[in-house]
Ligand binder design. Sequence first.
Ligand SMILES: *[C@@H]1O[C@H](CO)[C@@H](O)[C@H](O)[C@H]1NC(C)=O
Ligand SMILES: *[C@@H]1O[C@H](CO)[C@@H](O)[C@H](O)[C@H]1NC(C)=O
Ligand SMILES: *[C@@H]1O[C@H](CO)[C@@H](O)[C@H](O)[C@H]1NC(C)=O
Ligand SMILES: *[C@@H]1O[C@H](CO)[C@@H](O)[C@H](O)[C@H]1NC(C)=O
Ligand SMILES: *[C@@H]1O[C@H](CO)[C@@H](O)[C@H](O)[C@H]1NC(C)=O
Ligand SMILES: *[C@@H]1O[C@H](CO)[C@@H](O)[C@H](O)[C@H]1NC(C)=O
Ligand SMILES: *[C@@H]1O[C@H](CO)[C@@H](O)[C@H](O)[C@H]1NC(C)=O
Ligand SMILES: *[C@@H]1O[C@H](CO)[C@@H](O)[C@H](O)[C@H]1NC(C)=O
Ligand SMILES: *[C@@H]1O[C@H](CO)[C@@H](O)[C@H](O)[C@H]1NC(C)=O
Length: 456
Amino acid sequence: MESVCLSSTGSIAKLSSFAILLVFLLSCSTFTCTEAYDPLDPTGNITIKWDIISWTPDGYVAVVTMYNFQQYRHIQAPGWTLGWTWAKKEVIWSMMGGQTTDQGDCSKFKGVTPHCCRKDPTVVDLLPGTPYNQQVANCCKGGVLNSWAQDPTNAASSFQVSVGSAGTTNKTVRVPKNFTLKAPGPGYTCSPAKIVRPTKFITSDKRRVTQALMTWNVTCTYSQFLASKTPTCCVSLSSFYNDTIVNCPTCTCGCQNNKTDPGSCVDRDSPYLASVVSGQGKNLNTPLVQCTSHMCPIRVHWHVKLNYKEYWRVKVTITNFNYRMNYTQWNLVVQHPNFDNLTELFSFYYKSLTPYAGLNDTAMLWGVKFYNDFLSTAGPLGNVQSEILFRKDKSTFTFDKGWAFPRRIYFNGDNCVMPPPDSYPWLPNASSQLIFSILYTVLVILASLAVLLSQA
Ligand SMILES: *[C@@H]1O[C@H](CO)[C@@H](O)[C@H](O)[C@H]1NC(C)=O
Ligand SMILES: *[C@@H]1O[C@H](CO)[C@@H](O)[C@H](O)[C@H]1NC(C)=O
Ligand SMILES: *[C@@H]1O[C@H](CO)[C@@H](O)[C@H](O)[C@H]1NC(C)=O
Ligand SMILES: *[C@@H]1O[C@H](CO)[C@@H](O)[C@H](O)[C@H]1NC(C)=O
Ligand SMILES: *[C@@H]1O[C@H](CO)[C@@H](O)[C@H](O)[C@H]1NC(C)=O
Ligand SMILES: *[C@@H]1O[C@H](CO)[C@@H](O)[C@H](O)[C@H]1NC(C)=O
Ligand SMILES: *[C@@H]1O[C@H](CO)[C@@H](O)[C@H](O)[C@H]1NC(C)=O
Ligand SMILES: *[C@@H]1O[C@H](CO)[C@@H](O)[C@H](O)[C@H]1NC(C)=O
Ligand SMILES: *[C@@H]1O[C@H](CO)[C@@H](O)[C@H](O)[C@H]1NC(C)=O
């Protein structure tokens, strides 16, 4: 009798957790369908602004500025490249704070040769340490563009371009077409340029306002789907209350296959590691990952570590499995209902993100400068970690049904694949069975008491 009752409550518990899993799964699948739109950063974009600051006899001088308005997606070394197609036969006479990668064919120019004659110039930033006479404000950072939440003072990048064979009034000038922004890989899609109200500049002493002669804007948005066919990051889970370590799903970012794809990964203790890592002529921008079951360059591990009366503690570890990438100024976005009452974060910075009023369960974490903001290539130094102390809200807190695990994690703005919710470490059933059997015993005693009383 007792065992029958117990198993039926067991299945009720399973049913309710199944319902929760279903909700998880549905929210996950809607997310993957709309990946180009990021619900945690709905207005995130990179805006490119061209300000014409003077007209010249055959064209104009413009300052081009890129603003990274994305909360948590940055562009790290080797930096951005910006391309466009001229509407007419424009040339670039000279540039400051940036350069084109290819001069093109300038043979029809006698005397002074232009900086670039290509119809579709590609511009890159200059490197730090560029002589002052070639700099402009916000230039020369090697194309690194920080994110708005992490470092707004370094979220803009500028160069100056002097254009010839172009319109010389705001009626005759033609806006360039077909803007492309690479970071340096694909991922961004840019809108056509739109003429907007001329920018107003305020002098540093705030006593005078000047104005661009003409301004146009281009908006570029990111899609993870365009950036990479496969995921690049996965999540593994563990807890103090269950020995199971839930690893990243197998083949999340690719599969190990010696036959069809030899050399797709490197064993940690391979004697040839050093020579393979140095590339030997291979493209150094393609990731070279350590052989794992998931094959992801990045793994985020969430360990539910301790349970106190008023608080609970989580340890987060980010591990780099990529032998060809140091991640500088990395960041993590984590969604968990308890982020509305985080008490302390150790050795990482923290900022709560509120993309909508009332949404307060999402936070951005990043490393401390010169301490752990640099995530080294795969190997003994290739990880960073931190602990988070949350204050329990009695009405929502539970270790049951995977509540203590994150709902969503991004690394550098890219979604990290979570293990399937039905594999999360469960609370040992023993405790719920114990409570039930105590309840049951009490009921049995009460019932027998009632029987006894009615017979008396
Ligand atoms: C780009 O981002 C800025 C700042 O968040 C925002 O004001 C603007 O509306 C965004 N543009 C688009 C096209 O989303
Ligand atoms: C062009 O310049 C004239 C004044 O020179 C101004 O009235 C007009 O609004 C400008 N047009 C644009 C598109 O900036
Ligand atoms: C726009 O740029 C892309 C890539 O640079 C190129 O493939 C495409 O042909 C260009 N389109 C136009 C209309 O120039
Ligand atoms: C153009 O870009 C600038 C700088 O990002 C921004 O301040 C301005 O609002 C933008 N204009 C429009 C119409 O989007
Ligand atoms: C792949 O090959 C390596 C040696 O080249 C071997 O150690 C490893 O077990 C192989 N992996 C699989 C999945 O066959
Ligand atoms: C990663 O950083 C280390 C230390 O700064 C450097 O020696 C190494 O060459 C870098 N590796 C790559 C692939 O950039
Ligand atoms: C967070 O949002 C929830 C629901 O929107 C609300 O009930 C809760 O009070 C908020 N927490 C804080 C600390 O604002
Ligand atoms: C958050 O924690 C503070 C104390 O640290 C507490 O006063 C407050 O009620 C908590 N808010 C929620 C929504 O749990
Ligand atoms: C730990 O969690 C797993 C699910 O990941 C479950 O199968 C197992 O029964 C749990 N262990 C205990 C002791 O409850």
